[in-house]
Ligand binder design. Sequence first.
Ligand code: GLU
Length: 422
Amino acid sequence: MSELYRELDTPTFRLAVAQFEEAAERLGLDRNLRERLKIPQRALIVSVPVRMDDGSVKVFVGYRVQHDTALGPSKGGVRFHPEVNLGEVAALAMWMTWKCALVELPYGGAKGGVRVAPERLSRAELQRLTRRYTAEILPLLGPEKDVPAPDVGTNAQVMAWMMDTYSQQVGYAVPGVVTGKPLAIGGSLGREDATGRGVADVILEAMQYLKLDLANATVAVQGFGNVGMHTARILHEIGAKVIAVSDAKEGVYNPRGLDIPTLRSRYQSNVRPLHECGVGEQISNQDLLQLDCTILVPAALSEQITEKNAGSLRCRILAEGANGPTTLGADRILEEKGVFVIPDILANSGGVIVSYFEWVQDVQKYFWKEQDIRDRLHEIITAAFRRTLEFAQAKKVSMRMAALMNGINKIVQAHLARGLYP
Ligand code: GLU
């Protein structure tokens, strides 16, 4: 066991490694490569001192982890959240490697994070935090090296500050150093709702396979951030009945279907808690997961569906908008119950797929129409869904194992071809 493993040993990292071990075992992967791929290639821990508005200085801790760069620059979001830790960031970086490989992007996987509650900072403090974090991880970054994007607690504005900080250091504008930027500085049309759109695309594929009708489908979404909100909006727009959504605190439920446009506009004008938006009744996050529905979309944090609650889930399809929402123990229970799981690295890959389009547009300095972006996203994600489903059926493995085995195998082939340096 690598020494580094002990430094990373947290529940989320253990989950990512256990998934990897199971897939590696089924692939018959040799021991040497297994040891290499289980731990990240690089992990940087930085201190992020920030002058607060009251004149005091607070020191935050930040991370950037590059799991693998065999196929190209490493790609992955930056998370601002009070519970961020090195093991979690390393797990998320590993999932990015398998995700990018599964959908055939020329990227490795990375993730970053700062342990901070961003909603407690003023805009000026958030900007100073972002710029100092970026400056500290700068040696790792670059359009050909490592390309951050938004994740939990960050957004297009944070990406703009990261892009500016990097560009100030090198002396010219480098839009391709981050994705998920505002349109004004080289962002892409269709990036903001790309993850939600991809989730909806693969749900439609799964419904077709299971011979289910969208007009009779009910949906529950845990999380009302960038992923959950757009997933709910798009599914509502195409005719599904969204019966519940929640944020970090609690949720809102209406068995006749929520008026999503009203909910969205009230929530965006800061009406809190969610059920005060006047579209349904209050429901807890736990009860939401256990609602009788066709499609359940966990779109918040990891390890929400565990051995404790998996037995009480009553959905037909579990579409994982979040990264790592389901533990391995829960997977076994869901398999026995016959729940059709669309695993995270497939279901939420729409975000990084359109990030790839954004990076290509930035590097080529030639920008695409929104319809082209939607069409190409649809093409890539539905092809990946079909490949995964065929593989799962042929090898008699779960959709999660099929996705992981496919992603891992692409990285393995790259390592075998390149060999071990020196
Ligand atoms: N944070 C997103 C994810 O987990 C997007 C990453 C990216 O676009 O690089 O997939």
